[in-house]
Design a protein around this ligand. Structure first.
Ligand code: PLP
Length: 437
C-alpha cells in the first residue's frame, strides 16, 4: 500500500490527541468571539454593498439609507469632483508608484501648498493614511522621552505609541477629557522630552476636546501636543461672524476652530473622511517636515496615494472654497434633526457638540444583534458598536450624517429610532429615569 505521507493510521501517533497546529489562530478567535459571531451572522457587518444610488446602498435585494459612512461633505458623490478625475488620469496615469522620497508628481506640491494656506500652519506634509503617520511620526517625535496618551485615543494613535515604546519611549495614560489629570502627570514628570497624543473630534462621542485647555497645559510644561482630527477636518473650522452654522467656516480643523495657534501643536488629519480621498497630512513646522522627509519610513518606502485620490483632493479644495460652507450648513441641519429626535424621546447620547457622529447606546448590550436586524429590516444602515469594540456599557450603534443624505433618509432613521425607543431598546437619559421613579 502506498503511503500518503500524512501518517499511518495504525501507528501510535494516530491515537494521540490531535495537536493544534495553529494555536495563535484559536487564541485570537476566542478573544474576539463576540465580534466574529456577529460578523458571521449579521447583515450589517462585513456587508457586501452591491450598488449605490446617492447615499442609498443596496445589499442583496435590500436598499438602505447609509448612515455609516464618514464622507461628511458628500464629495464621493459630487459631480464636479468626479468629472475632474479623468483629466488627471490622462496626464499622470493611474498610479505612478515612486515612493515620495524617490519622486513625487507636482500634484503633491500643489496639495501641500493649498493645505498649508487653508490650515494656516507653518507647513504640511502629506502621506497616504493617518495610520502611516501615527506609526512613523509618533516614534520620531517621542524619541526616548515620555508620551502622555489620552486614555481613549483612537487605536491607531495607541499603536503608534506602542511602536514608540518598543523604541525606548515611556507611555503614561491620562484620563479622557481631563486636562487637569494631564497637568498633574506632567507636573510629576522629570523627563524633559514630552509628547501629548490625543484625538481631536472623537470618533465615538462626536465631541471635540477643550483644545485651549490641553494646549495651555502642554505649553506650560514644555510638551508637544499631537492631535488627530480625522473627523474634524473638513467639518469644523475657524469661527466667523457670518458663519452659516456652528461648525464655523472653511472646515480648516480643530486648531482654527478653537482659535488656537500651532505653537507646540502638531495637527494630523485625513482626506479619507470629509474629502473622500485616500490621503492624510501632518501640519508641522518646516524643519520637522524636512526631518520626516528623511526619517519617516512611509515617505521613504511606502507606495503613494493613487492619482484619483490626489485629483479628488485638489478638486475638493475648490469645491470646499466655493460650496463647503453651504454643505456644512446642510450637514449641521440634518444632524440637528436627529439630535432633536433623541432629545424629544428622552434618549441618551454622548454627543454634546452637534457634530455628525451620534452614538446611540442600548439599554441591554445583549440586544445588539436584534436591534441591528430591526434597523436593517427598516432600511437603515448604521455602524454597530458591539462588544469587544466598545465596553459592554457602551454597546449601541453609531449614526453618521453626511451632506449627501436626504431629508427622506433622515425621516426613515427617525421613524426607526421612535420604534426602537417605544420598544424600550434604547437607553434613556438619567433625568428621564429620575422623573419616572
Ligand atoms: C481618529 C482616527 N484616526 C485615524 C484613523 C485612521 O485613518 P486612516 O484610514 O487615514 O489611516 C481613523 C479612521 O477611522 C480615525 O477615526
Amino acid at each position: 500500500m502506498g503511503t500518503t505521507g500524512l501518517g499511518d493510521a495504525n501507528s501510535p501517533r494516530a491515537t494521540a490527541p490531535p495537536v493544534s497546529r495553529r494555536p495563535w489562530l484559536e487564541h485570537w478567535l476566542a478573544t474576539v468571539s463576540d465580534l466574529s459571531e456577529l460578523k458571521a451572522s449579521h447583515p450589517m457587518m462585513d456587508a457586501v454593498i452591491d450598488e449605490v444610488d446617492g447615499r442609498m446602498i443596496r445589499v442583496g435585494d435590500r436598499w438602505l439609507a447609509d448612515f455609516a459612512s464618514c464622507n461628511y461633505l458628500g464629495f464621493d458623490l459630487d459631480r464636479e469632483i468626479i468629472d475632474r478625475v479623468p483629466g488627471f488620469l490622462e496626464r499622470w496615469g493611474t498610479h505612478p508608484s515612486w515612493s515620495r522620497l524617490l519622486g513625487s508628481p507636482v500634484l503633491y506640491e500643489q496639495i501641500e501648498e493649498r493645505l498649508t494656506a487653508l490650515l494656516g500652519s507653518e507647513d504640511s506634509l502629506v502621506l497616504p493614511t493617518i495610520t502611516h503617520i501615527h506609526m512613523s511620526v509618533i516614534p520620531l517625535l517621542a524619541a526616548s522621552g515620555t508620551i502622555f496618551l489620552d486614555a481613549r485615543a483612537h487605536k491607531t494613535i495607541y499603536d503608534g505609541c506602542q511602536i514608540a515604546k518598543a523604541r525606548g519611549a515611556a507611555v503614561r495614560r491620562f484620563r479622557f477629557e481631563d486636562p487637569d489629570h494631564l497637568d498633574a502627570l506632567l507636573s510629576a514628570e522629570r523627563d524633559p522630552t514630552r509628547l501629548v497624543c490625543m484625538d481631536g473630534v472623537n470618533s465615538m462621542t462626536g465631541n471635540a476636546p477643550d483644545l485651549a485647555a490641553f494646549g495651555a497645559v502642554a505649553r506650560r510644561h514644555g510638551a508637544l501636543l499631537y492631535v488627530d482630527d480625522a473627523h474634524g477636518f473638513g467639518v469644523i473650522g475657524e469661527r466667523a461672524p457670518d458663519e452659516p452654522c456652528p461648525y464655523g467656516v472653511r472646515g480648516n480643523s480643530i486648531v482654527r476652530h478653537a482659535g488656537e495657534t500651532y505653537d507646540n501643536v502638531v495637527l494630523i488629519g485625513g482626506f479619507s473622511k470629509a474629502y473622500s480621498s485616500l490621503l492624510a497630512f501632518i501640519a508641522c513646522p518646516t524643519d520637522v517636515k524636512n526631518l520626516l522627509k528623511v526619517a519617516a519610513p512611509p515617505y521613504l518606502y511606502s507606495g503613494p496615494s493613487p492619482v484619483a485620490s490626489l485629483a479628488t483632493v485638489l478638486a475638493g479644495f475648490e469645491v470646499n472654497e466655493a460650496r463647503g460652507d453651504a454643505l456644512r450648513a446642510t450637514l449641521w441641519r440634518l444632524t440637528d434633526r436627529v439630535l432633536a429626535t433623541l432629545d424629544r424621546l428622552g434618549l441618551e447620547t454622548p454627543n454634546r457638540s452637534g457634530l455628525p457622529i451620534i452614538e446611540v447606546p442600548l439599554r441591554d448590550h445583549q440586544r445588539i444583534d436584534a436591534v441591528g436586524r430591526f434597523l436593517f429590516d427598516h432600511g437603515v444602515y448604521v455602524t454597530l458598536a458591539a462588544y469587544p469594540l466598545v465596553p459592554k456599557d457602551e454597546v449601541g450603534f453609531r449614526v453618521q450624517l453626511t451632506a449627501a443624505n436626504t431629508d427622506a433618509e433622515v425621516d426613515s432613521l427617525i421613524t426607526a429610532l421612535e420604534a426602537l425607543a417605544a420598544a424600550g431598546e434604547l437607553r434613556v437619559r438619567d433625568a428621564e429615569l429620575e422623573d419616572a421613579a
